[in-house]
Design a protein around this ligand. Structure first.
Ligand code: SF4
Ligand code: SF4
Length: 403
């Protein structure tokens, strides 16, 4: 191990693991009955052994030139079979930041040539199309063209106060395109001067960063920042928690406000610019991993839903311990079957509450839940919060106020 991809804190965290096994039960991969090796603690032990053999005193004395390729291959298989949901770290008594640890391990594996072969395709596709889904990027805002009553500029303006950064899944996945169309209508109803970037929006870089390819994400980051500067917007709004997480943690912006849709809507309510009509159905809320555990946004979505829902029920596991939908960590490109099984577990948890509607705040979570509904019989309504608010919101108009 070169160790350059690990912080000192992360190296200390490896030694801090007590092997208590607390992280085993919440891990959605482990719940799928995968081999013991997939327990987070086992990955830490494996990593510790590899580093010890390559860098430790005993390793240097006895096995200095030992080839660790087989161990690295096993570590790679296990490290990429992970949704990066962060549920493991919520229960860890020594607070090991496992999500970031697994990302650093992936980076190290890429540099040592032990990453999954599919990443070569991801690099090629992203360099060519500026998204990881392999769609022509000039079709990124085609969903706007399918809407009725849109202005000739299709919301792609030269200047605007607010940028709506849509994200790849919302832009290209027909199953969830109601999310960007609803958020766009919502911004209009709120009287916002906003724009979308259309084909000039490039992937935020999140799928590359978490795959261990931060260098590949750099051109995307620089391009998006340049477009933001040209637009002159001082606020960026997101309906995708992963884009919101990435802009907050990797874009290094100053003087620009970043708001997830849940925070933006919550602000409209607290400013008296929006009311929510009664929601008749018993409703529950699923915390998206990148919004909840990732960005600690737990209460705004609940307050928005509760403003209308008289019967709100929590999922058995919620907030910091909320479920994973299976759609994170690039797992879908590694093992779509495991992804779908995790989504079915989430649907089962939702059904156990007796709720008639589950609201979430992420296009990937909604997509995963829709997939699991098609495999399991269910009458459950599945909505993103922006769809719910567009349907139930009464907008009061008036000028936009910050703060
Ligand atoms: S981040 Fe999630 S999937 Fe990955 S090891 Fe931790 S609990 Fe398991
Ligand atoms: S919960 Fe933390 S200390 Fe316990 S085995 Fe898992 S990583 Fe190690």
């Amino acid at each position: 191990m070169t160790l350059t991809n690990f912080s000192v804190k992360q190296l200390m965290e490896l030694d801090a693991c007590t092997r208590c096994g607390e992280c085993m039960n919440p891990c959605p991969i482990n719940v799928q009955g995968a081999a013991d090796l997939y327990i987070p603690a086992e990955k830490i032990s494996m990593l510790r052994r590899i580093i010890g053999r390559e860098r430790g005193l005993l390793g240097r004395l006895l096995k200095r030139n030992r080839d660790m390729s087989p161990q690295l291959t096993t570590l790679s298989e296990n490290t990429y079979l992970c949704t990066l949901c962060g549920r493991c770290q919520q229960v860890c008594p020594v607070n090991i930041d496992q999500r970031n640890l697994w990302i650093s391990v992936r980076h190290e594996l890429v540099e040592r040539g032990h990453a999954p072969a599919v990443l070569d395709q991801v690099i090629e596709i992203t360099r060519k199309e500026h998204n990881v889904l392999d769609y022509p990027n000039e079709e990124r805002a085609m969903w706007v063209e399918f809407m009725d009553d849109v202005p000739d500029h299709l919301y792609q303006k030269e200047r605007a106060d607010v940028l709506y950064f849509v994200g790849c899944i919302g832009s290209f996945s027909p199953a969830v395109q109601e999310i960007p169309t609803s958020f766009l209508r919502l911004l209009e109803a709120a009287g916002e001067d906003f724009a979308v970037l259309g084909e000039e929006e490039w992937c935020c870089g999140f799928p590359l960063i978490i795959a261990g390819l931060p260098g590949e994400a750099e051109a995307l980051r620089q391009h998006n920042l340049e477009k933001l500067e040209n637009l002159g917007a001082r606020t960026v709004v997101f309906s995708c928690p992963s884009c919101y997480y990435t802009w907050n943690n990797y874009y290094k912006l100053e003087g620009v406000e970043l708001l997830h849709s849940t925070q933006y809507i919550h602000r409209l309510i607290t400013q008296g610019r929006l009311e929510i009509k009664e929601i008749e159905q018993t409703t529950t809320y699923h915390d998206p991993c990148d919004l909840g555990r990732g960005m600690k946004v737990f209460e705004p979505p609940r307050e928005v839903i509760k403003a209308g829902a008289k019967n709100f029920v929590e999922l058995p596991q919620n907030r910091e311990r909320g479920y994973c939908c299976g759609g994170g960590g690039d797992l879908e490109m590694i093992d779509a079957d495991v992804t779908n099984k995790i989504a079915c577990d989430l649907l089962n948890a939702v059904q156990s509450t007796g709720a008639q509607m589950v609201v979430t705040a992420c296009q990937q979570c909604k997509r995963m839940l829709l997939n699991s509904v098609s495999t399991e019989e269910s009458a459950m309504e599945i909505k993103d919060i922006v769809e719910l608010v567009l349907e139930k919101g009464i907008f009061k108009g008036g000028p936009r106020k910050n703060g």
